[in-house]
Design a protein around this ligand. Sequence first.
Ligand code: HEC
Ligand code: HEC
Length: 630
Amino acid sequence: MMRQPWTSWASRMTLGGKLLANVLLAMVVMSGGVTAQAQTSNSHLAVSNDGKWLAVANRDNGSVTVVDLASRKAVREVAVGEHPESVLFVEDGASVVVSLHGADEIVFFERESGQVTDRLPVFDEPYGLCTDGASVYATLETPGELLEIDVSTRKIARTVKVGPMLRGIAFSARDDRIYLTEYLTGTVHALDRKTLTAVDTWPGASSENLARQIVVHERRGKAYVPHIRSRVNVNRGEGSVTPYVAVVDTAPVEGTPEGRRRKPLPMDSIVGAFVVANPWEVALSPDMATCVAVFAGTDDMFVMDVLDDDYKELQVRKISRLGHNPRAVRFSPDGSEFYVLNALDFQVAVFETASVRKLATIDVCKAPYSAEMLEGKRLFYTALEPMVGRRWISCSSCHPDGEPDGRTWQNPEGLRNTQSLAGMAWTHPIHWSADRDEVQDFEETIRGPLMQGRGLLAGRLHPGLGKPNSGLSDSLDALAVYSNSHKVPLSPHAKNGLSESAQRGRTLFFSAQTKCAECHSGPFFADSTRERPLKLHDVGTGAADPSEKMGPKYDTPTLLGLYRTGPYLHDGRAKSLEEVLTTLNPDNKHGVTSQLSPSEVADLAEFLRSLPYEDPVAAAKSAGLVPVVK
Ligand code: HEC
Ligand code: HEC
């Protein structure tokens, strides 16, 4: 039988006198439940408890690869569905569980045969998975729920609402809790596992962002959360987006004012002035003495010693260069090696823990798209030259996977809410003020103060609405191909068709009375066009921001995907769709809404939340429309 790291440190804890925690742990270990740290927190990688198998979630391929770790070879790639994010082994490695963020399903398959045995439909966007042995726990990003699935029956046992945009998840045997992170705020929640009731919460600073994972250090009573800060008032690359690992005290700490703390460890100053970007995941070795953090922007990692010290917490032992866009890291159960997923190389690198020497590289799958798309995606994710001069930031820091970062940035032209890139191939021109008409115009952003890169184009750049910049640089064209590739997912609010409320809202939306469809027209609910003169509208929203330099006319934004893209309007002033229709439209300049009763406002908002309820691309094609860019 495998050496059980948990047993060894459980016995060490008896010496430390933490009796209760020890008893709990011993119970878990004896019951044959959790036997390795690896299955207790979310990751794109999973290692089976016997150390023989590695499972890899291939987000871009819609598949999971099973790797035989002894021969270091991929033995099987199992097609599962759109956007697999988190994987786990259950039933002693006999089954693999995967969350499909795009397909809204949690799928079980047999490791040995690759046979899919169960597909559980869930409300929307499952992301993180972890297990205590008997149950699998999952985060649903929208509307922010925790789900419990019974492993033996493969049935959903319980669902609880926790907070918006949940991603990270970890089980702690020490206090029998589930820890969760909110993606766009970094807030950490703790729930009692037995009752699934909230027992604690650790809010982040207001700039905290993109917290997609959490790992628990049982012995020290700590949790580690990789995340960034989006510092929306900083227009220059330096310090605009900064990398952190937050250390959360999961138990009260004696002698501190609140009895507990949350400490953000800045990863851009933990070793001198060596800057890293976009921390994606962290992993703890089974003996919990080593913590590895991978940085998806600068393509490197920190191998850190976990200090027994509440002040410094982590100390970098080694910095290593990785491949393209490292997104995941996991240890073997005996701790002798660890695995890193270089997502845009479609490879896993194997490292020896003691020496941090690379032992092997394993191909896990093939790029599912063209070389041009791959180049564009690498450029979008990198914080290195030629895109970025000073390493802090990448396009993906604000547009992760094409989704918005939920922030309103103080740009030189005024306050600007980050837009979703979904469906953009059909909704050019670009930006709230339509000051750009092709993604190639972002060469200006690349060379500008925000990114300070060498750039992708030799020579002079044409202004945003001037002569085209497309066709001048293969790399810049590749960046455009990737940026324009994001599809619009269907709204979870209309899975069973439009609700009665949404149908009433639809009638209001298309009525001559409200006038909504005069501007929000066609399958993408926008009248945007690249033909001159551009169609811009003053809908009475341009006066509130004293820093505004381009308003008060704006390009009509698409209304597809609103259910997950708040806050709203160019300046992010509307926290809800209802606000757009009521308090922020006092003079009926933005459609005619003042006559609507509260229940009619609710119906209209419900319709907006249900968009899209049919595939907009199919609808556009059948109406004979073509995308602005292919
Ligand atoms: C600091 C955060 C940040 C970074 C970094 C960033 N963006 Fe943006 N992006 C924004 C904001 C804010 C907007 C809205 C700006 C506006 O409308 O003027 C935006 C808008 C866009 C849009 C317009 C979408 C639409 O539907 O009109 C595109 C395309 C885009 N960004 C691509 C990129 C690319 C490519 C990069 C990297 C070269 C990049 N962005 C880097 C924050 C960022
Ligand atoms: C005259 C053209 C026009 C009409 C009519 C119109 N809109 Fe808009 N809509 C716009 C423009 C332009 C914006 C962007 C304004 C801004 O950001 O300040 C916008 C923004 C929005 C937004 C915010 C989108 C986001 O991503 O933040 C929503 C929601 C919206 N409109 C819904 C409606 C509804 C519902 C109606 C009917 C009651 C309506 N609009 C009528 C042009 C129009």
